[in-house]
Design a protein around this ligand. Structure first.
Ligand code: ADP
Ligand code: MG
Length: 237
């Protein structure tokens, strides 16, 4: 992201955001509620238009109005706080839907891939369940499987454990740690400082519409340089 600016009316949420994410890296976004973490992720996933600046994916300007937004989005997997599974569809169908509709993968192949991905997230036995028959942690792992099944270049994860009961947070964070270890490129907005400390390559603190402070987890969480960062960390830890 280079100089990305995004306002809602007079509310300038992103005010010149610069952010680089190299392949296979995990960048964690931290910041107060309303600091623009979700908006940042949504601009990358082209769910919000930017007012200024550019976003490049593999060198291609994905904010260029001439690009094919669906084709760009197909190269990313996004997971939200509220799992957003389709309640009337079985787990397997939730996971196959995008490959069938967006990627035009034939049903059989889509189902094989979905089964493999459900195995991957530890839910191979629950393919025929409906979402409300699963725990929150299991539902979120289904949502992650759904995002992974199309082999995204980049995963965008927006507070994916915030809606979970505390005892279910670990299973989802463990899964993200495994994805990172397997080389997935990820941008993760989270309040889970343990995850940031142990999994992130880089931590970015968002404040006043910019990346106010960035560095390794040791630097930003252990020895923050900016007073604002220090104050934020003091409040949440
Ligand atoms: P965070 O995820 O860090 O909590 P958000 O990106 O959700 O922050 O929100 C940043 C700011 O943008 C907030 O002031 C929020 O009210 C505003 N905002 C987000 N989405 C919209 C929208 N669709 N319309 C108007 N304002 C929005
Ligand atoms: Mg948010």
């Amino acid at each position: 992201m280079q100089g990305v600016r995004k306002a809602f009316g007079t509310n300038v949420v992103l005010d010149g955001v610069d952010l680089d994410v190299d392949a296979h890296r995990c960048v964690v976004l931290i910041g107060a509620s309303g600091s623009g973490k979700s908006t940042l992720l949504r601009t990358v996933d082209l769910l919000e238009d930017v007012d200024d600046g550019v976003i490049l994916l593999d060198g291609e300007d994905i904010t260029d109005p001439r690009r094919d937004a669906d084709a760009v989005r197909a190269r990313m997997g996004m997971v939200f706080q509220a799992f957003n599974l389709f309640p009337h569809m079985r787990v397997l169908d939730n996971v196959t839907l995008a490959s069938r509709l967006v990627h035009r993968v034939p049903r059989r192949e889509a189902q094989e891939r979905a089964h493999a991905m459900l195995e991957r997230v530890g839910l191979g036995a629950r393919a025929d369940a409906f979402p409300d028959e699963l725990s929150g942690g299991q539902q979120q792992r289904v949502a992650i499987a759904r995002a992974l099944v199309t082999s995204p270049r980049l995963m965008l994860l927006d507070e994916v454990t915030s809606a979970l009961d505390p005892e279910l947070v670990g299973e989802v964070l463990d899964l993200l740690g495994e994805l990172k270890a397997e080389g997935m490129t990820m941008v993760v907005a989270t309040h889970e400082m343990g995850f940031a400390r142990h999994v992130a390559d880089e931590v970015c603190y968002l404040h006043a519409g910019t990346v106010h402070e960035r560095g390794t987890p040791e630097q930003v969480l252990g020895d923050p340089q900016q007073p604002r960062t220090r104050e934020f960390l003091r409040r949440i830890i």
